[in-house]
Design a protein around this ligand. Structure first.
Ligand SMILES: Cc1cc2nc3c(=O)[nH]c(=O)nc-3n(C[C@H](O)[C@H](O)[C@H](O)COP(=O)(O)OP(=O)(O)OC[C@H]3O[C@@H](n4cnc5c(N)ncnc54)[C@H](O)[C@@H]3O)c2cc1C
Length: 417
């Protein structure tokens, strides 16, 4: 088995690691740089991003789009803001398409083309990819010694740890990066799945599986409104999904992990009107469609199956009854549900389904300009490993690129002297 030696070893061939390797080469092309990747190939997660289209950044990114230690990001994000990311990707051969929302995708519409462009640029730079090489321990020194699971030892003058977060284990997610950092004395905050689907009582939603409504959804903790989002909400067999649900999931996950166990509720605005307006609309419907069975009382106004479920919840009448049997109290209950159906959130899906990890290594032990560890000089950390996570919309990759660039440039500069 060959042992390997590099000027810079990057642990993790994901978004931030590949960017770090390219930035290091760009800063000092004479360096020998290797990317160690535990999977049989680099960039597996990148291929899955943006539903296979890769939402590679967002031109409107601001601190409000991030959670955790947002102040730590400032220097790296200023150095490599979204517009600079676009220019860099153009230089790699990826032409960006900017949507009205600010989300940026490759013109090709293929996440694979983002990975191809990064890998081609790495090959042109002479950066070595060593796959099926999982780092299991790190020993500091003028020459760091990285032990791989298969017994290999890799030596490097500088190490960039870009092992990513806990999400999507089949795409490389796991705890190994945190373990390596904890072994060096770094502290890691509790980690939770974020940008993930929400669970409710399955009985409440099972009949609605596959139905969507386009509108507002709120998240409440102990009856306090925390945040609202709009977009397509999807009912699933376990609860709720869709972009606005993912966006709200971080708040739900954090609240549900609290010791005092607050009540977390999703409020679904099925119709975009106030309760009183809906009540008037329903009263008119009751007179116009009085002979129609309750089964079809809401047909044409909302999805038919969703309408039947809400009618059953609001009034204790058989669905075969005529609409004329609805009392004013029934209409009030039904309009309240259509204006804001409240479902208790019982949990979130796990890291397998999540897009990002909330929580991670504490940033206080790192230099925000260089990403270098103060506890273990010579070690740089990037991307999702930090206690930083972004909303859905290209923000997490933006942080991966920015932190990767900062670490790669700093590690290479440190070897210039
Ligand atoms: C399904 C899905 C879709 C997403 N879509 C988007 C999107 O469109 N836009 C967006 O901004 N964000 C998106 N994200 C989030 C984004 O992909 C991540 O935040 C980002 O990839 C993190 O970059 P990273 O370099 O820190 O980690 P990763 O990209 O996860 O890379 C870490 C790499 O390190 C390797 N590794 C781990 N441990 C070791 C070890 N011990 N030794 C060697 N190698 C190791 C892993 O195999 C992996 O290849 C998505 C996430 C998922 C799961």
């Amino acid at each position: 088995m060959n042992d390997l030696s590099f000027d810079i070893a990057v642990i993790g061939g994901g978004a931030s690691g590949l960017m770090a390797a390219l930035a290091a080469h760009g800063t000092n092309p004479a360096l020998r740089i290797g990317v160690l990747e535990k999977l049989p190939r680099v960039g597996k997660k990148l291929m899955a991003t943006g539903n296979g289209r890769c939402n590679l950044t967002n031109v409107n990114a601001s601190p409000a789009d991030y959670h955790g230690d947002v102040a730590f990001m400032e220097s790296a994000m200023r150095r490599f803001p979204p517009l600079a990311v676009l220019e860099r990707f153009k230089a790699f051969g990826v032409y960006p398409l900017v949507e009205d929302s600010g989300r940026v995708y490759p013109m090709s519409g293929q996440a694979s083309s983002v990975l191809d462009a990064l890998r081609l640029s790495l090959a042109e730079a002479g950066v070595e990819e060593i796959c099926e090489c999982e780092a299991v321990s790190l020993e500091p020194g003028p020459f760091w010694r990285i032990r791989a699971k298969d017994g290999r030892t890799i030596c490097a003058r500088r190490v960039i740890l870009a092992a990513g977060g806990m999400t999507a284990p089949s795409l490389g997610g796991g705890a190994s990066g945190y373990r390596l950092l904890e072994a060096l004395g770094h502290r890691v905050t509790p980690r939770l799945p974020a940008l993930v689907q929400l669970k409710t009582d399955p009985v409440a939603v099972r009949a609605l599986k596959g139905i969507k409504y386009d509108g507002q959804i709120d998240i409440l903790v102990d009856n306090r409104l925390m945040r609202s989002e709009t977009g397509e909400v999807l009912f699933t067999e376990y609860g709720l999904s869709g972009p606005p649900v993912l966006q709200l999931s971080r708040i739900a996950a954090a609240a549900l992990s609290r010791r005092n166990k607050p009540v977390v509720t999703a409020r679904l605005h099925i119709l975009p009107f106030k309760g009183d307006d809906i009540r008037g609309m329903l009263a008119a419907r009751r007179s116009q469609l009085s002979a129609r069975s309750l089964e079809n009382f809401l047909t044409g106004l909302v999805n038919k199956r969703l309408g039947q479920t809400l009618v059953k919840l609001a009034c204790p009448l058989p669905l075969t009854a005529a609409s004329s049997a609805l009392t004013d109290a029934h209409l009030a209950a039904l309009s309240a549900l259509l204006a804001g159906w409240e479902l208790e959130i019982t949990g979130t899906q796990g890291f397998e389904q999540a897009q990002v990890t909330a929580g991670g290594v504490r940033t206080g032990d790192f230099d925000p300009d260089t990403m270098e560890s103060r506890r273990a000089p010579g070690l740089y950390v990037t991307g999702e490993l930090y206690d930083i996570d972004g909303d859905c919309g290209g923000f997490n990759l933006q942080w991966a690129w920015a932190s990767g660039l900062a670490a790669g440039e700093a590690a290479a500069k440190a070897l210039k002297n």
